[in-house]
Design a protein around this ligand. Structure first.
Ligand code: GLU
Length: 446
């Protein structure tokens, strides 16, 4: 980055936000991409758009006390970052994972601004979470945690204000408990959360949307570069909601998914992963992925999740978590002939890994474009809730496909316009930014 104004903004953010490496990482990538825009648009600089954009509108941190099954009081920390509301109510998931801290939620909230802007729907950026670890907790413990979390959060969210959803550790069960508590305290039945169950306002296809969306986007990337999923070997890391439906759609589109993982290790099945078995292990039994090999002769399990990137593949779809592909893993992917990396998780590639993709000619689809199908379908859930109506699976899926195509086009067009054809990372950052920036400028210094 050579633009002095952007360098100064980044320096001041670093000084004011010490100890938040993931947040600085996400911010640096976006600011670097915006360099050509800033040089063309002095009006946005004059309006102070960048200085305002990097500072969250509101940051809420709160105590979450709950009682475990042994009657002991436990205390977690809750977060909600309401990052930017220029184009709509704050929108973004809730992450429940022991690694959660302020910097992680800020990186996710910052990314969400641009992702939500790319969806074409009116949603601002936000994110929340807690360092609560749902792993190994009973249903009762999870419910008491979720109720306590929402007891505080309910003052800060609402259907026209801030609409949380799922993320790592927050699925249908957690959303149900949170929705129930919100309804009970506020005495209103509104679309305050998305990813709800189908019996109380959820949208068909929301469960599948992020994973399906990753494949719809990847399909556009492949088409634009003269390829398709047909006959390709694909690695999908992770085994949560995004990974499962990513696997399903890639398989439907003709690919063979040869490997999946969890935070302990990875499974390799050269015949193609048996997805029903993974669903049973992860969603029903809530067990570890290594159980898979016991019932699947010919498959193997290897400890250590990063090893998954050492397997030869044509397409890599990282759907586990941030920074799961580092420089060494990216180099292995390139050496083994991987042609495309499209991200299902948020920020799964380190900056050094991304540099390898560009250097070695791997086509790269960044998370804020690839995985926007989840939040886009959350936007469709909000529309259905407002209309008090529900669309069929096919209707929602068709809208999702249209949205993913238009996101690809927006990224591709923006990259071309700024002389970086094929750089979908720059294209996503620029296209996502411009809509928010115009709205911020139009609304004055707020
Ligand atoms: N957590 C998802 C994401 O990273 C979905 C957010 C939502 O649906 O609001 O985009």
């Amino acid at each position: 980055m050579t633009n002095q104004y952007l360098i100064d903004v980044l320096e001041s953010v670093k000084k004011r936000n010490p100890g938040e490496p993931e947040f600085i990482q996400a911010l640096t990538e976006v600011l670097e991409s915006l360099e050509p825009v800033i040089e063309k648009r002095p009006d946005l600089v004059a309006a102070g758009v960048i200085e305002r954009l990097v500072e969250p509108e509101r940051q809420i941190i709160f105590r979450v006390p709950w009682v475990d099954d042994n009657g002991k009081v436990q205390v977690n920390r809750g977060f909600r970052i309401q990052y930017n509301s220029a184009i709509g109510p704050y929108k973004g998931g809730i992450r429940l994972h022991p690694s959660v801290n302020l910097g992680i939620i800020k990186f996710l909230g910052f990314e969400q601004i641009f992702k939500n802007s790319l969806t074409t729907l009116p949603m601002g950026g936000g994110k929340g979470g807690s360092d609560f670890d749902p792993k190994g907790k009973s249903d009762g413990e999870v419910m008491r945690f979720c109720q306590s979390f929402m007891t505080e959060l309910c003052r800060h969210v609402g259907a026209d204000l801030d609409v949380p959803a799922g993320d790592i550790g927050t699925g249908a069960r957690e959303i149900g408990y949170m929705f129930g508590q919100y309804k009970r305290i506020r005495n209103e039945f509104t679309g305050v959360l998305t990813g709800k169950g189908l019996t109380y306002g959820g949208s068909l296809a929301r469960t599948q949307a992020t994973g399906f969306g990753v494949c719809y986007f990847t399909n556009e990337v492949l088409k634009a570069n003269g390829m398709s999923f047909e006959g390709k070997k694909v690695i999908v890391s992770g085994s949560g909601n995004v990974a499962i439906y990513c696997n399903q759609k890639a398989t439907e589109l003709g690919a063979t998914v040869i490997a999946m993982s969890d935070s302990n290790g990875y499974i390799y099945d050269p015949n193609g992963i048996d997805l029903a078995a993974v669903k049973q292990i992860k969603e029903v039994e809530r067990k570890r992925i290594k159980e898979y090999v016991a019932t699947h002769p010919g498959s193997t399990y290897t400890e250590g999740c990063a090893g998954i990137w050492s397997l030869p593949c044509d397409i890599a779809l990282p759907c586990a978590t941030q920074n799961e592909i580092d420089k060494a893993s990216a180099e292995l992917l390139a050496a083994n002939g991987c042609k495309v990396v499209c991200e299902g998780a948020n920020m799964p590639s380190t900056p050094e890994a991304i540099a390898v993709y560009f250097e070695k000619g791997i086509i790269y689809g960044p998370a804020k474009a690839c995985n926007a199908g989840g939040v886009a379908t959350s936007g469709l859930e909000m529309s259905q809730n407002s209309m008090r109506y529900s669309w069929s699976f096919e209707e929602v899926d068709a809208k999702l496909q249209d949205i993913m195509k238009s996101i690809f086009k927006a990224c591709d067009d923006a990259a071309r316009e700024y002389g970086m054809e094929g750089n979908y990372m720059a294209g996503a950052n620029i296209a996502g930014f411009l809509k928010v920036a115009e709205a911020m400028k139009a609304q004055g210094c707020v």
